[in-house]
Design a protein around this ligand. Sequence first.
Ligand SMILES: *[C@@H]1O[C@H](CO)[C@@H](O)[C@H](O)[C@H]1NC(C)=O
Ligand SMILES: *[C@@H]1O[C@H](CO)[C@@H](O)[C@H](O)[C@H]1NC(C)=O
Ligand SMILES: *[C@@H]1O[C@H](CO)[C@@H](O)[C@H](O)[C@H]1NC(C)=O
Length: 740
Amino acid sequence: MESTSLLRFLFLILGALLLLLFSRYWVHLPYPPSDKADFLDCTRYSPWCNSKNRIKSKFHPHLTQSSSKSATTSTRDHEYDVPRHPLDPLTVQEINTARSILHAYPPFSSSPSSLAIHSLSLDEPPKPTVLNWRPGDTLPRRRAAVVARFRGDPYVLSVDLSSGTVTRQPVPASGFPTMTVDDMTSSIWAPLADSAFNRSVLARGVRLSDLACLPISLGWFGTREEGRRLIKIQCYSAEGTANFYMRPIEGLTVVLDMDTKEVVNISDVGRDIAIPKSAGTDYRYDVVAAQNGAPKIRPLNPISIEQPAGPSFVVEGGHVVKWAGWEFHLKADARAGLVVSAASAVDPETGEKRAVMYKGFTSELFVPYMDPTDAWYFKTYMDAGEYGFGLQAMPLVRLNDCPRNAYYMDGVFPAADGRPYIQSNMVCLFERYAGDIGWRHSESPITGMEIREVRPKVTLVARMAASVANYDYIVDWEFQTDGLIRVKVGLSGILMVKGTSYSHMNQVSPKQDMYGTLLSENVIGVIHDHYITFHLDMDVDGVENSFVKVDIARQDTNPGESPRTSYLKATRHVAKTEKDAQIRLKLYAPKEYHIINPSKTTKLGNPVGYKVVPAGTAASLLDPNDPPQLRGAFTNNQIWVTPYNKSEEWAGGLFVYQSKGDDTLAVWSERDRPIENKDIVVWYTMGFHHVPCQEDFPIMPTVFSSFDLKPVNFFERNPILRAPPNMEKDLPVCTAAATA
Ligand SMILES: *[C@@H]1O[C@H](CO)[C@@H](O)[C@H](O)[C@H]1NC(C)=O
Ligand SMILES: *[C@@H]1O[C@H](CO)[C@@H](O)[C@H](O)[C@H]1NC(C)=O
Ligand SMILES: *[C@@H]1O[C@H](CO)[C@@H](O)[C@H](O)[C@H]1NC(C)=O
């Protein structure tokens, strides 16, 4: 029970990792020795490939620059990074500068150590400034947007890094800032200071040294969740498994004051529920192999894609990506995870660079669990605004998270004390060839023509994966050569489960509401939803755009007009104000959703546009007045359109933690502002209902959904008409026997 044995606490994995990175940064540990060939040598990574081609260093200018420090772990030194683009994230030096300015700013100067930094990131320059900037121009003024707390008071600030001027901005009426990693790590330890908590754990037969606890945001349900920052702590037994999530100490909930660390309440309503067994819960490769013996199905041979001439993208200045006709700025963000900015596509007919999207990112997530009982009702997570979607994005695993030849990008984030640290390999960028077809046509013998024309489909993917405690979210921005952008979200990781006394369904009466599915003996997977809301500041061929609903409806023919009695007709309606653009999807009243530039047309006279194309999704069925749904009201519609407003970026509000839902997208949209021929932002929410099943135990196979941003009369004709087919001579044949 000595304190070292308590190292299994959750977020310790995270905490330890961060500590490692901190110490690396603070004490300037030497980086691993130069291993330039490691990244650049095809044979090193593909010993079974007989191609001797090398990935040319020009494809990785950023990595080449720092290749003496990049190497196997790929921990890169960011100390001397300089911003090169107006949207580049704050550098290590800039974060340090911002911290010094804040420490000298009254009232913080009276006690700098009492200042907690909840967020410190680039305060992006005004949009016109960014749009007018050209490479070679001096950078616009660099400013930091800061959310901080000092002696219990929240501050929203803009810090000018060259003049040192600090400007205060209004603070939201309700809620608290995103938790810091320190908040989470220190909270999970705090209940141990309470002897009643220790007794409750011991009474369940769990040793304190086997305890693993989670910091659970508790939402807002009334006055009890107002006035002070609270968090709920629930714990698990990590005895005999790395997957402690499957061994809940059911019903034991500690309410903690996050600032004073005072235990406000302990609720212990699950005393008669046994801790589920550890057998079969582990998911680590070695452990599963050791416990299960030889696999009983045919193993797969190694598989990979080869790029004998290296990848086709370049990353300039560490952030500007150029690939095929695409150019965009890519960066890691502590709250949003991954941000794609200034995306433009080259017109294959004219060579002109044409704007598509100014900024796209994950604005908020909403994950309500469907169990109204004491230990579960409050589980209604907002992972971006409460936990920081980027803060929870762990390093990507080479060859498994991202294929060979991927380019990795780090995040540079501030810790609670304002010091910068490196979240390494947080984002990856790679080309995907999945054996799909870009376009094709074959002629049948009846025409007498021997035509077989096929083009392979290659795409570019920017990816990150956030592990928000048990759950893992994979977010892909996939760019296609035909102008389409597919935004894809994958859900994997581990379910949040509920302990139960049931070990077989024959013990459960049909009338009993279990709130989920029996996944294993004494384990219920509780039903829940996932909503992921994207902010899409579309600038289709220019800043001023309109949102057009294209109704697809049945048109009945007049009697005698045709043997047909009905057909489909598409009718366009331009949305005038925000309320015209609050969209709920309906299978039997389908629409297309176009974002057009009303002042630009194709040569044929069609307005140039992009359309939002939803795919498999789900809508929230909760009572709109249920407190979680008030806070998650940005999911009330699948699509919203707002006029551009720099301070309306976070769909759940700037301060989401314990907020009442008074600063959400739903509230802004009720202003019903004009949106026709304006700079507009489209919001799309992707949803999942998750009724768990046994295959989700002990870890879930990934479930994906996506939506598309697809050109619609943006190009004059098929933009990949001139794409070449694959040729045998360009593709080396890899054989297992090539090298030993
Ligand atoms: C609870 O247990 C932990 C771990 O053994 C110990 O460090 C702590 O002092 C205990 N708390 C109290 C109030 O006894
Ligand atoms: C403590 O929690 C229990 C169970 O949720 C609740 O009934 C009780 O009112 C709470 N007490 C306080 C002081 O919040
Ligand atoms: C911009 O957004 C903020 C926050 O919602 C709001 O207070 C302000 O009125 C908005 N400005 C305009 C012009 O709509």
